[in-house]
Design a protein. Structure first.
Lengths: 103, 629
């Protein structure tokens, strides 16, 4: 049981670091890495419980997550390149075109 | 007894209305359909209805069993069972017979009258629908079905009165008829509902109502009786809901004939006779009805003496004659009242048709003094008009005499001498103003050569047929004092009408009195109008000429005050209060939204934060509820 709690704690810590990274950092690359961190935290969670219950479902989903993350990485990076081309910076605070103008 | 014919009586004109309506819609686009087709459909369908009624009449005469026909159950809610059911008892068949017959003749007349009118097809569609509605009303087996016909008649009168809708005056007249009738309709429906509850919800058809009438207390019955009579007041143009009838003359003349003779205004009398079981129990309501009738009779007769519009004079005379009918039904002499409806249908339809023929020949001139100046010679019209005038004045042996005299005798027998006095005075006035009309329009010298004007066959045929009816219809209820048989009274025995029990000598005296009064009226009219100088025509002036300012009074009391209330509701209640509340609420939402708008700052990090907070809250909620289990 101790080991289960340890894995879960690690994964939750990783997820929280990722979440805080997404919210607090301004560099798009760092935000992207934080998202990856959150994904992998979930993966760790899934794999842990799959092992614990001796059930393959968790493994399968974590494999799918890895595969999708890889695909997503390709799109994300290309989006980042486009964003960089349009403004010359990667600071999210300058991409505020959808802001509501309050009269 | 079940019969399939009953509904066919209604369906025939209804089908005519649908066919004519559909063809007319096609005709507007293509201009392809000749008038003769509309005319054929329009006149044949009422004739079919008449034939079916006649068949049922003879069968009823032989077997004596009432006809029933149930089509389907219309509503069945918690014991309230309303069936699409028709009833052909002696009363209904009696009514349906002259409605279809006179209605058919008026349809024929309309062919000639409406010739070359743009809305020829439309006119016949409405006309057929009018007749169908009236037949629904007459043949209905329960008050709800009756109400469909009742409303249908109202709608058709509205459509037809404002038939020439390009003139705002006609549309106003149509509106007036419809709105005043709504007041009465409210009374009718409330009366039916009151009766339904008063009878312990035992059933809504006339037969079961009659059987269960003992269940109800006199108070509720009186209430129901008054409410129902308010409906009759509206339809049958009695004081105080009569104002629509003179204005209804805005429609083409065949409409006036149909409204006044066969449909619409007779509905009120018929309805009271239909609910005779309700009214026989409570004499006070009956007296109330009789007095309303007497007041209407007198009032209309007085107004009619000063009117100059030929159709309005006839309209007031109808109202006056309806007053007589209500005197009769109010006093319990239902069959006498209905007999007057019957004879009145003949001579009034004929008078209107005659008036219409003259109006048509004089290019739609309706002022009797101007008509007299440009008089043309129409022998058939003149002769039949004279017959009609004599009949309505009550000179024997014309039909109006027998029916009117029975009513006056009834009032005398009931010792309601005030009613009798009003009745006999109205009879004098009737003879006077009808002969005033006749002398002015047809007799008074105008110093011109009078040219012969040919009358269309479709106009003269119905006039001649009705003239026969106006002369001889009275013999159907030939009084016992002349060794007559009272055939109408016998036929309508189901109504349990009161019967005349006066001694023969009294009856002779009463008859002599009414004949004398009528003759006096004619004499006065002759002295005053037979040699009338048309260069100085009478005008509608003074308190009588202005119809006692009743229209103005109503305008002041109801129209203006209603307008004021409406303006108050529009400007104050709606704009200030309702709009104010609604607008405040919406403004608050907008303001609140503006305050929240800073959250949407376009920065993706913040959006992620909101998402996280939202998801956390959702999970927290799920967690706590799951733990709670």
């Amino acid at each position: 049981m101790t080991s289960l709690l340890g894995y879960a704690t690690v994964s939750m810590i990783l997820f929280s670091i990722g979440a805080i990274g997404v919210i607090s950092r301004r560099n798009i690359f760092v935000i992207y890495m934080s998202i990856e961190l959150m994904l992998n935290a979930i993966n760790l969670f899934l794999v842990t419980f799959a092992r614990y219950h001796l059930n393959m479902d968790g493994h399968v989903i974590s494999m799918i997550v890895v595969a999708i993350a890889a695909a997503e990485a390709a799109i994300f990076l290309s989006v980042i390149i486009l964003l960089f081309r349009s403004k010359g910076k990667l600071d999210t605070d300058i991409f505020t075109e959808l802001k509501q103008e309050v009269e | 007894m079940h019969t399939p014919y009953l509904v066919l009586i209604i369906l025939a004109p209804l089908l005519g209305a649908l066919l004519n309506g559909g063809l007319y819609l096609y005709h507007i686009k293509r201009k392809a359909i000749p008038e003769i087709i509309f005319a054929l459909i329009g006149t044949i369908t009422p004739f079919i209805a008449f034939i079916f009624t006649l068949l049922l009449f003879f069968e009823l005469k032989d077997t004596g069993t009432t006809f029933h026909q149930t089509l389907f159950t219309w509503l069945n809610i918690n014991g309230l069972n309303i069936e699409m059911k028709f009833l052909g008892d002696k009363l209904a068949i009696f009514m349906a017979m002259f409605v279809t017959f006179v209605g058919w003749l008026i349809h024929i007349y309309a062919v000639g009258y409406m010739k070359k009118d743009e809305g020829f097809g439309k006119f016949f569609a409405y006309f057929n629908l009018f007749l169908a509605s009236m037949l629904i009303l007459v043949l209905a087996d329960n008050p709800i079905i009756m109400f469909i016909g009742w409303e249908g008649v109202g709608v058709c009168s509205y459509l037809l009165i404002s038939f020439y809708y390009t003139e705002s005056q006609n549309v106003m007249a149509g509106n007036k008829a419809f709105i005043v009738n709504r007041v009465g309709d409210l009374g009718f429906i409330l009366g039916v509902v009151t009766l339904f509850f008063a009878l312990g919800k035992t059933g809504l058809d006339f037969t079961s109502m009659q059987e269960n009438i003992g269940v109800a207390t006199t108070g509720t019955l009186a209430l129901a009786g008054v409410l129902l009579f308010i409906g009759a007041m509206g339809k049958s143009a009695q004081v105080p809901l009569y104002v629509w009838l003179p204005d209804a003359m805005a429609g083409p003349t065949p409409i006036s004939a149909l409204i006044h003779a066969a449909t619409m205004v007779t509905a009120g009398v018929y309805m009271v006779a239909r609910f005779h079981f309700l009214y026989t129990g409570i004499e006070e309501i009956g007296l109330f009805i009789a007095y309303i009738g007497a007041i209407s009779a007198l009032f209309a007769a007085i107004i009619a003496t000063r009117q100059t519009d030929i159709k309005k004079i006839l309209a007031y005379s109808t109202m006056s004659q309806l007053g007589y009918m209500f005197i009769a039904v109010g006093l319990g002499f239902y069959s006498s009242g209905l007999f007057h409806v019957f004879t009145h249908a003949f001579f009034k339809a004929m008078l209107f048709m005659g008036a219409g023929a003259v109006i048509l020949a004089l290019h739609h001139e309706q002022n009797i003094f101007k008509m007299a100046k440009h008089r043309v010679y129409q022998p058939i019209v003149k002769a039949t008009f004279l017959i009609g005038v004599i009949a309505i004045a009550g000179i024997p042996p014309f039909s109006g005499f027998f029916s009117k005299d029975a009513i006056l005798a009834a009032a005398f027998q009931k010792e309601e001498f005030l009613l009798y006095g009003i009745g006999i005075f109205t009879a004098f006035l009737t003879a006077f103003y009808m002969f005033r009309l006749y002398f002015i329009v047809f007799v008074a010298p105008n110093g011109h050569d009078v040219h012969y004007a040919s009358t269309d066959k479709t106009i003269s045929f119905p006039l001649l047929v009705l003239a026969i009816g106006a002369i001889f219809a009275g013999f159907l209820n030939f009084p016992a004092v002349f060794a007559g048989e009272h055939q109408v009274d016998t036929w309508l025995a189901q109504l349990q009408s009161a019967t005349l029990t006066l001694s023969h000598s009294t009856e002779y005296i009463l008859m002599a009195a009414s004949v004398a009064v009528a003759a006096l009226g004619i004499l006065v009219a002759y002295i005053k109008y037979a040699k009338f100088n048309l260069e100085v025509p009478e005008t509608e002036e003074g308190i009588i000429g202005n119809k006692f300012y009743i229209d103005e009074l109503y305008h002041l009391l109801f129209v203006k005050s209603l307008k004021k209330i409406s303006t108050f509701f529009d400007k104050v209640v709606d704009e200030k209060i309702v709009d104010g509340m609604v607008m405040t609420v919406s403004r608050e939402f907008v303001d609140f939204g503006k305050k929240l708008a800073f959250l949407q700052n376009g920065n993706v990090r913040f959006y992620a934060l909101y998402m996280l907070i939202g998801m956390s809250c959702a999970f927290l909620y799920l967690y706590t509820t799951l733990i709670g289990q």
